[in-house]
Unconditional design. Structure first.
Length: 710
């Protein structure tokens, strides 16, 4: 008999998997230095915004010289001072950019005409820096110098950075990960940490990792004049638009989660049900007079937030997290109930995208014309009908129709986590069964489609074999939609206990090759290709299908598909993707005709996930980021940078270490944002939810990948 190809879990496999994956599970983490940024302008007392320099005296007092005078920092504000002595102290010869001093070391000067060293009473001498091949490096235009805490000299120029050691010079360019090189200054911190000012942001280097701090998330202005480091290692930065402060606060991941949860409850949640998305800020960066509005994917974002709280409760048994999960369930349940009984009522089980109060302006005004234009110019399959926003039976709510597969993927991702981890009474479990049964029966009863109040399927909720396997308009959706419906049926079978859902899934597999479709959920052209929303949806569906299907052969095939999908996403350092796959694939091997192979996530998966969780800025305001000017970026080739039929693009890429930009150097509201983009818009007028942190953090905690220590 031929040996079945598949994935086998055993004690032996556990040993093999750990051998292939060097990350130590769990990652033990206590308090860590969370980066904090403050921006000081005239609103905090600076006499002017054009800051020439900052300095710290022997007592630790910070002063800033602006074009309008000198100021001293005290108790969170700046106080104007006399400037004569400070101006004299900062005088330098015309050609000198920066001077570095350290006891027992030569006086070093960065000058427009080169690097000069002065030892004792001897005249200053120009020093030639040569690389390992004997070639000159930075003969002129030296931008900054500083001695680090080990007494080694750092020199900055357009050629990059050079560090003088006992063995000679070490050089850092874009190839070594240096983000940018239009330097203005160098500053040394404790423990060997170095800071570099540029005309477009600040850079921190701790000997291993480069951090590029650009944009208003981090600085009042990108043009850096000088940087000083205080005794605690915090950076004070003089810029053309005020004083920047980048410091560190010791936190735990749990405290970070609590920070985001509080902000979501006070600033993000919309309607009494608590739908979560992003919100508008009338004044940039200020969390006052917040503008709340619906989004097309309120159901999806609320599902992902709620799933995070379910995992959080499962890991900690904290009553507050349980209450949050229950509220999320009621919000999602209401999206199914609100559609029933009104003038425009779809069949039982249909879920709305979102709701808004009928006290708000009528969202249907002008919408029919918008839909006509979209169908004519953008999407030939777009639905044109009225009303897109029907009223609820009680007249209190508009509910948004044309619900997408994104929403359904979110709902089905949430329900089993809630059912298994939170719903702890027979009555609560039955409420979950009712919602899942009604929605799944609706899909099955309408030939695997979600059918709207107009009697037609919604634009994106097509899951039937006739469309996916034979309709030209749906071939690109074949893989993901097959994966989704198989996942939905596995969830329904698990929650309701009704075998009919497993039998229907079996028919889709055996008669319509849905397992083959699902194994390639989209056509990849390499890392970075395709639609990130598809990846987010696929990982939710993979996780549940592998976890809940009773068909072992299907499970084995989908698990291998999940592994291949994860390997493509691996450079993204996405903790949600990493934990979702590791939760089902960490202890697994795969057999095929060529042998037995380990398929745990690759070495570094846990380190990447933890780095990203720690790297998230506390500030979730949409401040833009610019990265195309960086020198450590490799552009994606045309095959990966867009659709094959698109013109060539140069706005997507990754760092020389093979990974996308860290989360602190880009901005996104949700995990469906393309992480391969280099530039990110944002002017501070929206605030994103903390779900991007909370879901992976709690998922990792629940699955034992994270252990918090004191």
């Amino acid at each position: 008999m031929r040996k079945r190809i598949g994935c086998i879990i055993s004690v032996l496999v556990l040993m093999l998997a750990w051998g292939a994956c060097a990350d130590t599970v769990p990652a033990k983490i206590g308090r860590f230095p969370q980066e904090i940024a403050q921006k000081y302008t005239d609103a905090e007392g600076l006499p002017g915004l054009d800051v020439k320099w900052v300095a710290i005296d022997a007592s630790g007092t910070v002063r800033a010289m602006t074009s309008a005078g000198l100021a001293r920092f005290a108790e969170g504000r700046w106080e104007v001072e006399e400037a004569a002595q400070a101006e004299k102290a900062m005088d330098k010869p015309e050609k000198v950019r920066q001077v570095a001093q350290m006891p027992g070391k030569p006086l070093a000067a960065a000058r427009a005409d080169g690097l000069f060293l002065k030892d004792g009473k001897e005249p200053a001498k120009q020093v030639e820096i040569k690389d390992g091949q004997g070639r000159l490096w930075a003969v002129e235009d030296v931008r900054g110098v500083a001695y680090d805490s080990d007494g080694y000299l750092w020199v900055a120029s357009l050629a990059g950075l050079a560090r003088q050691t006992a063995e000679g010079w070490t050089f850092y360019t874009g190839k070594e990960g240096l983000p940018y090189n239009d330097f203005t200054c160098v500053a040394a911190g404790p423990d060997g940490v170095m800071w570099f000012g540029t005309h477009m942001g600040a850079i921190r280097f701790d000997g291993e990792n480069w951090a590029y701090r650009q944009g208003k998330c981090w600085l009042p202005n990108d043009d850096i004049r000088n940087i000083v480091i205080d005794a605690q290692g915090n950076a004070w930065i003089a810029t053309a638009g005020g004083v920047g402060y980048i410091g560190f606060k010791m936190m735990t991941l749990a405290e970070k989660a609590a920070y985001y949860e509080e902000e979501m409850e006070t600033c993000i949640m919309r309607t009494p049900f608590g739908y979560t998305s992003d919100v508008g800020l009338p004044k940039a960066g200020v969390r006052e007079n917040i503008r709340y509005s619906d989004s097309d994917n309120d159901g999806l974002w609320t599902s992902m937030y709620g799933a995070g709280e379910c995992f959080g409760y499962g890991a900690t048994k904290d009553a507050q997290r349980k209450a949050r999960a229950k509220k999320a369930f009621e919000a999602l349940r209401f999206l199914q109930k609100v559609t029933q009984g009104g003038e425009h009522s779809p069949d039982k089980g249909f879920v709305a995208r979102t709701i808004r109060s009928t006290e708000d302006p009528d969202p249907n005004k002008g919408r029919f014309e918008q839909d006509q234009k979209k169908k004519a110019t953008d999407d030939t399959l777009w639905k044109v009908y009225e009303p897109r926003w029907p009223k609820s039976a009680d007249g209190k709510w508009y509910w948004k129709s044309d619900t997408s597969s994104d929403e359904l993927d979110g709902h089905y991702f949430f329900y089993p986590a809630y059912y298994d981890l939170v719903a702890d009474t027979p009555e609560e479990k039955e409420r979950v069964r009712e919602v899942v049964r009604d929605l799944t029966d609706h899909l099955i009863g309408h030939n695997f489609c979600l059918v709207d109040h107009d009697g037609r399927p919604t634009r994106w909720s097509i899951y039937n074999p006739e469309a996916l396997n034979f309709d030209f308009n749906w071939w690109e959706e074949r893989g993901l939609k097959s994966l989704s419906i198989l996942s939905y049926l596995a969830v329904a079978s698990h929650i309701t206990g009704d075998d009919k859902y497993a039998k229907i899934a079996d028919r889709l597999v055996k008669e319509h090759a849905y397992q083959t479709n699902a194994m390639i959920y989209k056509i990849h052209f390499g890392p970075g290709s395709g639609n990130q929303s598809d990846d987010e949806m696929a990982f939710m569906c993979y996780y549940n299908l592998v976890k809940y299907t009773k068909d072992e052969e299907l499970r084995e095939k989908i698990l291998y598909s999940f592994y291949t999908a994860w390997t493509v996403e691996q450079p993204e350092m996405n903790p949600f993707f990493n934990f979702a796959y590791a939760a089902v694939g960490l202890e697994t091997v795969c057999q095929n005709p060529w042998g037995t192979f380990q398929i745990p996530p690759w070495e570094g998966w846990l380190d990447d996930a933890m780095f990203t969780l720690k790297d998230f800025p506390l500030d979730r305001v949409s401040w833009g980021r610019l990265n195309q000017q960086r020198i450590d970026i490799i552009r994606l080739p045309r095959q990966q940078a867009g659709w094959p039929y698109d013109p060539p693009r140069t706005d997507r890429g990754y760092r020389v270490n093979g990974k996308v930009l860290p989360v602190s150097e880009r901005y996104f509201h949700h995990w469906n944002t393309d992480p391969w983009h280099l530039d990110y818009g944002g002017n501070g007028h929206s605030l994103g939810s903390g779900t991007v942190f909370l879901l992976p953090y709690y998922m990792g905690l629940y699955h034992g990948f994270i252990e918090e220590t004191e």
